[in-house]
Design a binder for this molecule. Structure first.
Ligand code: PEP
Length: 256
């Protein structure tokens, strides 16, 4: 497993885009050729199919997948294992994304995927976040349950290797009627996540990276990056524009 450096991380989630290898290569190259001096950790999570193509295209950009099976191998038609992903060059894997949870993925499934990913050498990027907020503050409990169930039985030494992406669903760019989150929303949840991890796993000095995701763009990125305890951002829609993604990288460089 690669060592997580003490620097900010910017992760691109391309989701099911772009629609051709040619376009994907162009997007990747446009980013890669402009980041030679970057000190931040830059990770691109393209669709599975493009991973092997990108493997040798940049030393600066690390590759991640958007999902993996919790099974190691065998008769699981259509699935892709964590070991296959590592072998093809991925070093990260997004797990528990709200779009996958909406297909029925449970905290229990995600927990199994996290364990398989870790034992295959991949760094899991665990996505958590509530659908909506109300004045009863139930969202704290939702996030707490997600963390405790998704990390159930994960050994303390592995906790610091995981990246936790707080992605409130109400702020994701494709959520109908979405609202903007702000730096305070992230800060408050960041403190809460740290408290849960410290109480449950006793990882006070070895916290995982905690990052923010949800409509991050060049206009609001600094708000989430400069928050105390912010370790970076997960970028969806804006990562499909090399210009916007490079601007976010530049903003990160200025803050790190
Ligand atoms: C996401 O869904 O992981 C995400 C960060 O999307 P967006 O930036 O488009 O809200």
């Amino acid at each position: 497993m690669i060592k997580l450096m003490n620097k900010k991380i910017i992760i691109a989630n391309w989701k099911m885009n772009p629609n051709s290898l040619k376009l994907a290569e162009k997007l990747f190259t446009d980013i890669a050729k402009n980041i030679s001096d970057a000190k931040s950790e830059i990770v691109i999570c393209p669709p599975f199919l493009y991973l092997s193509k990108f493997k040798k295209m940049s030393h600066k950009i690390k590759l991640g997948a958007q999902n993996c099976s919790y099974e190691e191998s065998g008769a699981f038609t259509g699935e892709i294992s964590a070991e296959m992903l590592y072998d093809i060059g991925a070093r990260y894997v997004i797990l528990g994304h709200s779009e996958r949870r909406s297909f029925g993925e449970t905290n229990e499934d995600i927990n199994k995927k996290i364990k398989t990913a870790l034992s295959s050498g991949l760094i899991p990027i665990l996505c958590i976040g509530e659908k909506e907020r109300n004045e009863n503050h139930e969202y704290f409990n939702i996030v707490k349950i997600q963390i405790l169930e998704c990390l159930n039985g994960v050994k303390k030494d592995f906790i610091s290797k995981i990246i936790i992406a707080y992605e409130p669903i109400w702020s994701i760019s494709t959520t109908p009627g979405r609202r903007d989150a702000n730096g305070d929303d992230f800060y408050e949840m960041n403190v809460f996540i740290r408290k849960i991890l410290s109480d449950k796993f006793g990882v006070k000095n070895k916290m995982p990276k905690i990052i923010y995701g949800g409509s991050v763009n060049p206009k609001n990125a600094d708000e989430f990056l400069k928050e105390k305890n912010s370790d970076g951002v997960l970028v969806g829609n804006a990562s499909l524009s090399s210009e916007k993604f490079l601007k976010i990288i530049n903003i990160t460089e200025g803050i790190s």
